[in-house]
Design a protein. Structure first.
Length: 326
């Protein structure tokens, strides 16, 4: 998924703030040097005059290359003289130069020589996508590193290990293979946990994930559809259709109705046509899904999703009981 305009603008505002911060720091240091280092201001003024001369020469219709080269040499000599003056006054070399948080792209997010985004831009994109995913509060505690198989009863360990393997394969082959996942089973059996594990892996690749409970998802669509300001509705529908991975948690907890049913089918169908994966977790079994939703919705799920059944006791309750005993 490419960034939408709002997301791109938000990232670029980060770069604008960085550049402004660093320019202000440079200006502050230059003011300090003008005050404390004799001769510094004179050299700065000479450099400024030569830069203006260079600009005038470059605008001259005649070939100015020779004259410009001479001016550039003069400017460089003055820079060297200024640097020596600053160092002799006890300041570090380059003290008055603009510093950059990222020297590679000079805080632009773009490597002009290579014609591509800088690695720091990818990091900012990932950070933003994490923040906007709806998962920022969950991922620290729910990831593969915190997976504790000892909480799983022995008779359920085999099926849960299989679900873990399926989830890891889904994440590792995300860029190469289109698939969808349905996690169904009782409350607290680890469905949301594995969804979060997958989401974390996908976002580490710089991909976008939208995570919403079914109740919040369908309620938001209904409420925003009839709001006066359509921007939020358009933003939500755009995120639903364009995100690299859509995770719908607790399917079946939403208020049922024709509008929600239509919205559900539309998002499943549109994402299927675009080969954009969906993960659904639900406490409903397959018969309950069939009876609650239309045949066309059930057909999309049964034919297009890898289905994982979760069984066993409530792991969240079991973990709390273990912590209480400690």
């Amino acid at each position: 998924m490419g960034l939408n305009n709002r997301q791109f603008d938000e990232i670029m505002s980060v770069y604008d703030s960085r550049r402004l911060k660093n320019i202000r720091l440079s200006d502050k240091r230059k003011d300090e040097l003008r005050e404390k280092v004799k001769g510094y201001s004179d050299i700065e003024d000479k450099i400024f005059s030569l830069r203006r001369k260079k600009l005038d020469l470059s605008l001259n219709e005649k070939d100015p290359s020779g004259d410009i080269s001479l001016v550039e040499d003069q400017i460089q000599r003055l820079y060297n003289e200024k640097e020596a003056l600053v160092v002799s006054a006890g300041f570090p070399a380059g003290y008055d130069k603009v510093v950059y948080d990222c020297p590679l792209c000079k805080d632009t997010g773009f490597l002009e020589s290579e014609g591509k985004r800088c690695s720091c831009f990818i990091k900012e994109k990932t950070k933003l996508l994490f923040k906007q995913s709806g998962l920022s509060g969950l991922l620290a505690a729910q990831n593969y590193d915190t997976l504790d198989m000892s909480l799983i009863d022995e008779e359920d360990r085999g099926s849960y290990s299989n679900a873990v393997e399926i989830s890891k394969n889904f994440a590792s082959s995300f860029d190469d293979k289109y698939d969808n996942l349905l996690f169904y089973g009782g409350i607290g059996t680890g469905k949301t946990f594995l969804s979060c594990c997958i989401a974390g892996e996908i976002m580490e690749k710089g991909k976008s994930v939208l995570y919403l409970s079914a109740d919040k998802l369908f309620k938001s669509l209904i409420d925003l559809r009839f709001a006066e300001d359509k921007d939020e509705y358009m933003s939500l529908t755009e995120s639903i259709s364009d995100c690299d991975l859509l995770i719908i948690d607790d399917l079946g907890t939403e208020v049922s109705g024709e509008r929600s049913e239509a919205d559900f089918f539309t998002m499943l169908n549109d994402r299927s046509l675009a080969h954009k994966p969906v993960i659904i977790s639900t406490n409903l079994n397959l018969d309950e899904i069939r009876s609650r939703y239309s045949e066309r919705v059930f057909s999309r799920i049964s034919n297009n999703f890898t289905i994982c059944k979760f069984s066993g006791k409530d792991l969240r309750l079991k973990k709390k009981l273990i912590e209480i005993r400690k």
